[in-house]
Design a protein around this ligand. Structure first.
Ligand code: ACK
Length: 882
């Protein structure tokens, strides 16, 4: 057996070549044809693995005129236009043959014939095209044979360009001693490769052996073209001369010829950045494939800064100098920060009176100087300045403290001295009140957030009344007052709608103290609220004396919304601190039942109390109650809170007859008020107490609360009478719209009734404000004789009849007069004869009666009945027109 040493070159070529035929790997018959039959013959060799070795041999060296052909089967070129043929063979040295015959050859010939299919098999030898004469590099001798080692020759030839789909090969022997051990036919290709992040496909080499094929590459996933990627495929199947490249797009980096995503915390801003980088200082990203990192809170980066820049805070303003100081103003100047992190767009100057940080003012200025005015004389103020650039605000500077000149300091503005003295005095008194309040609040053993929020509430109206109001201002400056983090322009709301809190629990705990249930003793149930029972009981907080309290409970099985609405009332109530507003002691939310604990009001609701004590109080006592309610309402309107459901049933009265406004809520107030009715617009409104503009288009304002206050006045002065008695809500709306108003209660001082009528002005701007109402009542209380003039009851009734006659004919002293007025005088006699001789009797007439009386004309019946109907409304309800 032959032992074959494979050429090491084979391995190399395999990398770049694709076999079309390899005789060594064909397990069965090769299908080759030898011609003549006694020429080439296949010898059945097997290799060491017993696989067949298709070896063809011929050795007719002793015979003349040899022409032995061996034809392969049809070989597809698979699209290659240049193919390679590798022959492995042994060839005997003619000299080694005995006798050295002249016919012995040491070469053989190789041919090919192109054909699109296998039909070309039978063509003649002379139609084949010669590829080459193959000679052995090494022929073997007998000596070699004796060693049993054959020298294997390898010869490679190429053919091209091929134009058909396949071809045949033919080996012609003309008298040599040959063993054709293997025939391998292949073409070369440049194998698929990724170079410079571009993928180049398998590429069959060109037909010409010196040709370079230009091939375009395709950028790999997550990469982009930088410059069109190209390479050149050589005839040998090598990629040469790469041009252009792809780059991993932003958010991806190159790894092992692929683009890998940047992990969270890393970013790559552009395709040209080499790799993902860690987020710069004070920035972060939580996402994969980030192209930039976000600045941490309070850190900024200019838009023009590259994303590789760290986020920074603008450098704070450091040197602040005081300028001119007067008793009411302090001028300041400062230097632009050294490294402002961009162009400074403006400065924000925050200042507040020392130790009163909760109420501060902010001025914005484009200059490096400001004057804070409207300050209190002889008071220390703390200033902090920060700069804003395109990158945002920098940190505030350190605190700079300056003091206004004392009030008696030399001043050119002598005229202001009395005002200053008054305001300083008021300020000191109020400060004392506040401190006193804080001291009492400090007894709270359950959370100073609550105490501070009450403090916060106590402050705002003080601050600007005591001289913080807006003063002379640079047009470049913008000045705002803040309270407890909320903007507070003078006179503008300081009540904070709990709805503005994302988490309602936060609002409750900001404004209401959490009480431990163990501090509460429930004694008895005193009523029922929408959310659960209302109880009376006692509250004993550590270090405080025991208090009687009212406890509103939230019934079990409540929904989250019910809990929110229930505690919403506490969030509102907790913001108020006024002797005429029901005082919140705290809430129980950490255990069940959830409770709202308020001060106890011994006499309960005002409406019930008055009904129970009809006629029992002096006018001064009643006016005192009204004054308290007005004062509480003034406080609420100053706070920017609109009650929407002011009514005697929502006023509580204690044993000292002090009235306090209660029942705070948002939409809930109206939901759980039995008096509230649904309007055509869908809302629920207590019609009898509500101003027409609030009914008509839900314009609820302090002015609409004033209207309701007028109704409460009427309720109080009539000892809990129901406004508009039993009129339907629809009739009330209609009557009020037409200008009718409630008549004066019995024995009502004219001044009070006039005040009620003022509250019921159709034009809400014409209604008095609560502070005016308080002043007016104070005046009446100080001067009780002014309450002596009562509204005359009889004039009230006759006025009604006169003013409200729909035919406008004046007072009807008789049935005849009435019928004349409506041009129905012809029926006077019949009315009188049938017992209808008074207006009271006439009021009972029905349509049936009219027919019986002989009023048969339908037009006359309508005229009389309509007039009676109009009069009935006025008579029964006692309305007055304005
Ligand atoms: O008219 P009243 O006795 O007074 O019945 C109602 C009942 O609870 C349901 O609201 C009474 N009430 C509510 N809050 C208090 C309070 N703070 N002090 C005394 N009674 C109260 C109210």
């Amino acid at each position: 057996m032959f032992v074959i040493r494979p050429s090491s070159l084979t391995v190399f070529f395999l990398l770049f070549s694709v076999n079309l035929l390899d005789s060594r790997t064909v397990m069965g018959d090769l299908g080759w044809i030898a011609y003549p039959k006694n020429g080439w013959e296949e010898i059945g060799e097997v290799d060491e693995n017993y696989a067949p070795i298709h070896t063809y041999q011929v050795c007719k060296v002793m015979e003349q005129n040899q022409n032995n052909w061996l034809l392969t089967s049809w070989i597809s070129n698979e699209g290659a236009s240049r193919i390679f043929i590798e022959l492995k063979f042994t060839l005997r040295d003619c000299n080694s043959l005995p006798g050295g015959l002249g016919t012995c050859k040491e070469t053989f010939n190789m041919y090919y014939f192109e054909s699109d299919d296998e039909d070309g098999r039978n063509i003649k030898e002379n139609q084949y095209i010669k590829i080459d004469t193959i000679a052995a590099d090494e022929s073997f001798t007998e000596l070699d044979l004796g060693d049993r080692v054959m020298k294997l020759n390898t010869e490679v030839r190429d053919v091209g360009p091929l134009t058909k789909k396949g071809f045949y090969l033919a080996f012609q022997d003309v008298g040599a001693c040959i063993a054709l051990v293997s025939v391998r036919v292949y073409y070369k290709k440049c194998p698929s490769v990724i170079r410079n992040l571009a993928r180049f496909p398998d590429t069959i080499t060109g037909a010409d052996s010196s040709q370079l094929l230009e091939v375009s590459g395709v950028c790999v996933n997550h990469s982009v073209t930088d410059e069109a990627p190209k390479m050149h495929c050589s005839a040998e199947g090598e990629w040469l001369v790469p041009i252009g490249k792809c780059l991993c797009k932003a958010g991806y980096e190159e790894k092992n010829n692929t683009c890998q995503v940047c992990r969270p915390g890393f970013f790559k801003a552009s395709p040209h950045s080499p790799s993902c980088s860690k987020c710069p200082p004070h920035s972060y990203t939580l996402d994969e494939a980030s192209t930039s990192c976000l600045c941490e809170e309070h850190y900024f980066r200019k838009e023009s800064d590259p994303p590789t820049m760290a986020c920074t805070t603008p450098s704070p303003v450091s040197s602040v100098k005081k300028g001119k100081i007067t008793k009411n103003s302090i001028s300041l100047s400062w230097q632009e920060p050294d490294r402002p992190n961009g162009i400074i767009l403006e400065y924000e100057i925050k200042y507040f009176e020392k130790d009163q940080e909760m109420s501060y003012t902010i001025i914005k200025s484009k200059e490096t100087t400001i004057t804070a005015d409207g300050l209190k004389p002889g008071s220390a103020y703390v200033f902090q300045i920060r700069a804003r650039t395109a990158a945002g605000y920098g940190g505030f500077s350190r605190r700079f403290e300056f003091e206004t000149s004392p009030v008696l300091a030399a001043s050119s503005d002598q005229s202001q001295i009395p005002i200053i003295v008054v305001s300083v005095t008021v300020g000191v008194i109020l400060l004392a009140v506040v401190i006193g309040f804080l001291l009492s609040g400090s007894c709270c053993d359950h959370g100073c957030g609550w105490a501070s929020s009450l403090r916060a509430v106590a402050y705002p109206s003080l601050t600007w009344r005591c001289g913080y109001s807006k003063a002379k201002q640079d047009p470049e400056e913008e000045k705002m007052h803040f309270h407890n983090g909320h903007i507070k322009l003078p006179g503008v709301r300081t009540y904070i709608d709990p709805h503005t809190y994302e988490d309602p629990n936060q609002a409750v705990h900001e404004f209401a103290k959490e009480i431990e249930a163990s501090c509460i003793t429930i004694e008895r149930v005193i009523g029922a609220g929408e959310f659960g029972e209302v109880c009376s009981g006692r509250l004993k907080l550590q270090g405080k004396r025991e208090l009687p309290v009212a406890i509103k409970t939230l019934k079990v099985g409540y929904t989250e919304k019910q809990r929110r609405d229930f505690l919403g009332e506490a969030s509102i109530m907790g913001q108020f601190d006024h002797p005429n507003i029901i005082h919140l002691e705290g809430v129980v939310t950490k255990s069940k039942p959830v409770m709202i604990v308020t001060e106890y009001m011994e006499n309960g609701s005002l409406d019930t109390f008055l009904k129970k004590n009809d006629g029992q109080f002096t006018v001064i006592q009643l006016v005192g109650m009204l004054r308290g309610i007005a004062s509480g309402m003034k406080y609420l309107s100053d706070m920017g809170y609109v009650h929407r459901d002011l009514a005697a049933r929502n006023i509580l009265i204690n044993s000292n007859l002090v009235c306090k406004v209660s029942d705070f809520g948002l939409s809930r107030v109206l939901e759980d008020d039995p008096e509230a009715a649904y309007t055509t617009r869908g809302g629920k409104i207590p019609i009898r107490w509500t101003a027409p503009e609030a009914i008509a288009f839900r314009k609820f304002t302090s002015a609409s609360d004033v209207w309701s206050y007028g109704i409460v006045m009427w309720e109080v002065m009539s000892y809990g009478e129901r406004p508009y008695w039993e009129m339907t809500n629809q009739d009330v709306i209609k009557a009020v719209e037409e200008g009718y108003r409630l008549p004066s209660p019995m024995d009502c001082p004219a001044a009070l009734y006039q005040l009620m009528l003022d509250c019921w002005q159709k034009d809400r701007n014409s209604r008095p404000k609560f502070d005016e109402i308080v002043s007016m009542l104070d005046k009446l209380i100080r001067n009780p004789s002014s309450l002596k003039t009562l509204v005359n009851a009889s004039s009230r009734v006759s006025n009604l009849l006169v003013e409200h006659s729909p035919v406008g004919s004046g007072a009807y002293r008789s049935v005849g007069e009435w019928l004349e007025a409506i041009k129905m005088g012809r029926y006077t006699e019949i009315f009188m004869e049938n017992g209808y001789s008074s207006m009271d009797a006439v009021a009972q007439v029905t349509l049936e009666d009219l027919r019986r009386l002989g009023v048969t004309l339908v037009g006359h019946q309508k005229k009389i009945m309509n007039s009676l109907q109009e009069m009935k409304v006025q008579l029964v309800n006692g309305m007055v027109p304005l």
